[in-house]
Design a protein around this ligand. Structure first.
Ligand code: 5GP
Length: 203
């Protein structure tokens, strides 16, 4: 059997630009499985069912959860979000790296179950800049933007639980930092401990 893939859990407040960073970092679909979450929120313009999210009703979400088909889940700004369990497990077992882009409560659940995952938090340069980006994006009204800013502040308070913290100020630098994190994560002791015995075999 091939070696298990690495699990990357990435949190960043909504509007941090994580989508742009991740599409540049994890751009090899044959090596990386990008988990598509379930959500009960309505699709935004340009969002495609099965690509950006699996858009489901609250009843469907609850049914999947009750069946044990949801790895982690959370309520965020009045909607439910969750990670389908089976694709994550199958891809890791097949040796593919898996990326979960989830908020902090879901990340807490994954940390408890799979502490070997690599946890990365992407910070905005400031709360003011985050608000500006959300308003500019124009996918939420002013009240919803303020809800998301308040949510972001709460999420940022949890950033200290993550293995790596990046700031998305300049995109190019953030992408470069992210690639550095991945290189470092691959060299972690717990992932390479077997190499010691391998080298010592003919000592
Ligand atoms: P948005 O509505 O902007 O697409 O996502 C809102 C928040 O939900 C983001 O912080 C995003 O990372 C998070 N999110 C997306 N999918 C999941 C999921 O499957 N589980 C959890 N816990 N959070 C998710």
């Amino acid at each position: 059997m091939s070696e298990r893939g690495m699990l990357y859990v990435i949190s960043a407040p909504s509007g941090c630009g994580k989508g742009t960073i991740l599409s540049q970092v994890f751009n090899q679909p044959d090596k990386v499985f990008y988990s598509v979450s379930l959500t009960t929120r309505a699709p935004r313009e340009n969002e495609v069912d099965g690509v950006h999210y699996h858009f489901v009703t609250k009843e469907q979400f609850e049914q999947m959860n009750a069946n044990g088909d949801v790895l982690e889940s959370a309520e965020y700004c009045g909607n439910f979000y969750g990670t389908p369990r089976i694709p994550v497990e199958e891809n890791l077992a097949a040796g593919k790296d898996v990326v979960l882009e989830i908020e902090t409560k879901g990340a807490d659940q994954v940390r408890a179950m799979m502490p070997e995952a690599v946890f990365i938090f992407i910070l905005p340069p400031s709360v003011a800049e985050l608000r500006r980006r959300l308003l500019k994006r124009g996918t939420e009204n002013a009240t919803q933007v303020e809800m998301r800013v308040a949510q972001a502040v709460e999420e940022i308070k949890n950033a200290g639980k993550y293995d790596y913290i990046l700031v998305n100020d300049e995109l190019e630098k953030a992408v470069d930092d992210f690639k550095t994190v991945i290189r470092a994560a691959r060299l972690e002791k717990r992932k390479n401990i077997d190499l010691i015995d391998e080298v010592l075999k003919d000592a």
